[in-house]
Design a protein around this ligand. Sequence first.
Ligand SMILES: Nc1nc2c(c(=O)[nH]1)N[C@H]1C(S)=C(S)[C@@H](COP(=O)(O)O)O[C@H]1N2
Ligand SMILES: [Mo]
Length: 417
Amino acid sequence: MTKPNRRDMFKLGAAAGATMIAASARAASPAPTAPPADNSWSNSLGAPVDARPYGQPSKYESSVVRRYIPWLSPTRLADASFTPLQDQPGIITSNGLFFERYHSGVPTVDPKEFRLMVSGRVKKPLLLTLDQIMRYPSVSRIHFIECPANGATEWPAAQLNSLQLTHGMIGCAEWTGVLLKTILDEAGIHPDSRWVLPTGSDGAHMDRSLPMVKCLDDCILAWGQNGEALRPEQGYPLRLVVPGWQGNVNVKWLRQLQVGREPWITREETSEYSELLGDGKSLGFTWVMDAKSVITFPCPEKPLTQGPGFYEIRGLAWSGRGKVKYVDVSLDGGVNFQRAKLDNPILDKCMTRFTLPYWWDGKPALIQSRVTDDTGYVQPTIVQKHKFWGHDPVYENNSIQTWQILASGEVNNVQLS
Ligand SMILES: Nc1nc2c(c(=O)[nH]1)N[C@H]1C(S)=C(S)[C@@H](COP(=O)(O)O)O[C@H]1N2
Ligand SMILES: [Mo]
């Protein structure tokens, strides 16, 4: 099929020749001769600045909100909310929409009373105020944070007909703070100090053992998030950002960094965040988030509502190992793939946006995206994942997502076996 030229974008029918399909209403309507009529907002003064000391989205965007799954946490205290990826235009997740995951609710931490203790196998233990931490040389970097339970409900079978609820336990933000290495250097680590245990000050006291090599590499003690202070949900006033690694090691409401020789094997590392495999063995310390991608348009929340013709397939890809190298998109359930266009910036351990022009013929289709990262890792199918992990794990579902487009334009979450 020859691709229609730009003027005919919405008129697939004419270009498709034999497979004639009615041109969309938009293409059929007569050429406009005058601009749209004035609406009420054109004939009156708009709202003054003092109406909104802190800006809010348009009231017409009120459906763009975080959502949660009531049966996941009946008490609502050890809970998670999901980012509406279907409404995220680019790679940055807005602060008010950034997914939340916590084990005991969001604490209200007073920054004046905040202290960070650095202790254990260090030459000079530290007790730092927030102001003191902010005096050190700083960095600002864009990284995603993804909970490894993202997609957990989809392990046994396609279950939730929603992009937000199957993929929304991820967010991507610009994090500003001081490198963890800077603070560890200040405390002076002993040569045999190979592990760090960050602990949160919330009721859950979340703690995870982190190998020193990662701590000295790219971890950030962050106080800034997308142009403002961290949100309470994200760990105000200070969180650890561990780029590319499981969300749970990104300890929020930070209060202590212990330095030691061995991992601590905390409760979080035995009852949580280890995975019972098909052979009965338990797998722990699976830190890195493997490469993953998903088509964000169309998706169950965003069907093809304007009939056959041109659409742009849009999506997001990321890898905890490095950069996105390329994304391939299939329109036939994974038989054939074509390379999508990647939008800049393409950053390390960061979301990358991809697009592909799509002339929909109005017939049912199975669309997928598959990312390859710069280490050569290729996003696997759910069938490949099931072979190693079995059918009932919780974590690490980075499988290729299939969306089924129906002739009506509706989109469903399906799994191909
Ligand atoms: N102190 C503390 N830090 C925490 C948690 C917590 O319950 N307490 N939850 C972790 C989990 S499981 C995840 S996935 C990430 C989620 O980060 P977010 O809420 O900023 O999206 O925070 C992590 N850091
Ligand atoms: Mo998590």
